[in-house]
Write a protein that binds this ligand. Structure first.
Ligand SMILES: Nc1nc2c(c(=O)[nH]1)N=C([C@H](O)[C@H](O)COP(=O)(O)OP(=O)(O)OP(=O)(O)O)CN2
Ligand code: ZN
Length: 129
């Protein structure tokens, strides 16, 4: 079946420490996190900003995490305080958190993939089965 694929990249800056990590990553430090989101579907949708079914998903919706933490995003936050219980602040679990929150904002039928990078050489990716 023909499909559309969207990809969008953005960044946010945040502090974190990995709980019980034996080493520097256990101390408070920060990253400019790079995030890449991919969304696929065979059926176009309206968005919260556009009433017509002309988008896989609105880029503005997909990019929610780049907003300031006081406006609902993750920018300039302390991740250990913002991520709910059950999400550690590894790149793996930040990717899952962004995936879970993004999924809640989208209509059914969109296959999502979220990749997060803390440093230029390392990425963690989370996706549907
Ligand atoms: N699988 C994971 N491993 C590590 C994570 C992670 O989220 N998932 N996170 C960290 C730390 O947060 C750390 O800040 C990153 O450390 P590191 O990869 O060592 O980054 P550096 O830029 O300091 O790398 P250098 O090789 O020292 O330049 C650690 N591991
Ligand atoms: Zn780190």
């Amino acid at each position: 079946m023909p499909k559309w694929t969207l990809q969008t990249e953005f960044h946010f800056s945040a502090a974190h420490q990995i709980k019980d990590y034996d080493g520097p990553c256990g101390r408070l430090h920060g990253h400019t996190y790079q995030v890449r989101i991919e969304a696929k579907t065979a059926k176009l949708n309206p968005s919260e900003f556009c009433p017509h079914p002309v988008m896989v998903a609105d880029f503005r919706t997909l990019r929610w995490a780049k907003r300031d933490v006081e406006k609902g995003g993750l920018d300039h936050c302390y991740l250990n305080e913002v991520l709910p219980e059950g999400y550690a602040t590894t790149a793996e679990m930040i990717a899952k958190y962004i995936y879970d929150k993004t999924k809640e904002m989208l209509p059914d039928g969109i296959v999502l993939k979220v990749a997060v990078s803390e440093t230029p050489n390392s990425w963690a990716e989370y996706e549907d089965d």
